[in-house]
Design a protein around this ligand. Structure first.
Ligand SMILES: Cc1ncc(COP(=O)(O)O)c(C=O)c1O
Length: 372
């Protein structure tokens, strides 16, 4: 790589290029086969992802966003209902709640893990609460023991947002095996990424599987009768075929992310940067490697000058987004989240990141640390 080339945050085309022959063959076979929607590749992938997640069923849908939306609809979440979730996540997590006429109830995060703080969840349960939706942020799972206990006590379903955590574990059990249902994203830059939008619902509850099966297909079981209203949200076989070629490499790719993370940790020891905390019960698969530093904006600008891309996930937490203004949250209400939003900085950690690219990231961070 020429020294002037930027170090990118992600490079999903590299996975295509290194598995080109296999992916091209799988796509060609699917195109020649003529079954393009919910066909054999999709069905096979549903089984494979369900197994990986320790769940009984998988249902391919258009996106991770749709996976979450259809799960909520399957649980009958609607007008005026409340769903407890985290404010420190991608917008879709709360968007799907509000889109159903329900209310996202934002609970503060644990400042170490950035995940929903179970100690605060119980206080947020009301008669209107219909579900708890933790997000396994940046590839590390939320405290599923504590959340599971609260859910059990109040008889609430747990919906895992595992968009960033396919292959992550909590006490050796995979993301997707704890909740009543789980939403997964195969967005191209996710740990397992398609070449377009794609997502999946996994669940071990037969009635949830049946409900999502109807909902994703206009509310129809498929025989020309429509039992209810649904949407059009089906996974296509070209994406499924690509994902099936990539799936056997997921563990190796997650392993590379973990190795990059360990290398960052070692290099940044003793500097001003706080490295990501690991919950010892978890296998963190580093969808993002996220530092904390009070000088975040200056550090990011410095990296930018040195040709290194970085991102702030998430600069404006959901409780302070304009669209949720009417929910009445103010700066300071969810202090841990607000503080994290000021300090977090995610670095390139994609599997194909080379040693010399990572050295450029590290050297720029160390140079800032020495000179400021
Ligand atoms: C935490 C989280 N939830 C939901 C989504 C939505 O997934 P998608 O982009 O596939 O709709 C994403 C990713 O984009 C995400 O990171």
């Amino acid at each position: 790589m020429a020294a002037t080339e930027r170090v990118p945050m992600a490079a999903p085309h590299l996975q295509y290029l290194s598995h080109k022959a296999e992916i091209d063959a799988a796509v060609s076979k699917t195109l020649a086969g003529g079954q393009y929607m919910l066909g054999p590749e999709c069905q096979a992938l549903e089984g494979e992802i369900a197994r990986l997640c320790g769940a009984s069923y998988g249902l391919g849908v258009n996106s991770g966003t749709d996976a979450l939306a259809l799960i909520l609809a399957a649980f009958g979440v609607g007008d005026g209902d409340e769903v407890i979730t985290t404010p420190f996540t991608f917008f879709a997590t709360a968007e799907v709640i509000e889109n159903l006429g329900a209310v996202p109830v934002f609970v503060d995060i644990d400042p170490q893990t950035f995940n929903l703080d179970p100690r605060r969840v119980e206080a947020a349960v009301t008669e209107k609460t219909k579900a708890i939706m933790p997000v396994h942020l940046f590839g590390q799972m939320a405290d599923m023991d504590a959340l599971g206990e609260i859910a059990k006590e109040y008889r609430l379903p747990v919906i895992e947002d595992a968009a960033q955590a396919l292959g992550a574990t909590f006490k050796d059990r995979p993301a997707g095996s704890f909740g009543d249902a789980t939403g997964i994203s195969f967005f191209p830059t996710k740990n397992l990424g398609a070449c377009g939008d794609a997502g999946m619902v996994v669940t071990s509850r037969e009635e949830v599987k049946e409900a999502v099966r109807l909902l994703r297909f206009h509310g129809s079981g498929g025989a020309g009768t429509y039992e209810q209203l649904g949407v059009n949200s089906r996974l296509d076989d070209v994406q499924a075929a690509i994902l099936r070629v990539k799936l056997p490499h997921l563990e190796e790719w997650n392993g590379k992310r973990i190795a990059h993370a360990a290398r960052y940790d070692a290099a940044l020891k003793g500097t001003r940067y706080s490295i990501p905390y690991r919950d010892p019960r978890c296998k963190h698969i580093f969808h993002h490697y996220t530092l904390r530093t009070p000088e975040r904006d200056a550090v990011q600008a410095f990296l930018e000058e040195r040709g290194v891309d970085s991102r702030v996930y998430y600069a404006v937490p959901l409780h302070r987004q304009p669209v949720f203004e009417d929910l009445g949250y103010r700066e300071g209400d969810l202090r841990n989240c607000d503080e994290a939003a000021e300090e977090v900085l995610s670095l390139p950690v994609f599997p194909e990141l080379t040693e010399s690219q990572q050295d450029r990231v590290i050297n720029a961070l160390l140079e800032y640390d020495r000179t400021h």
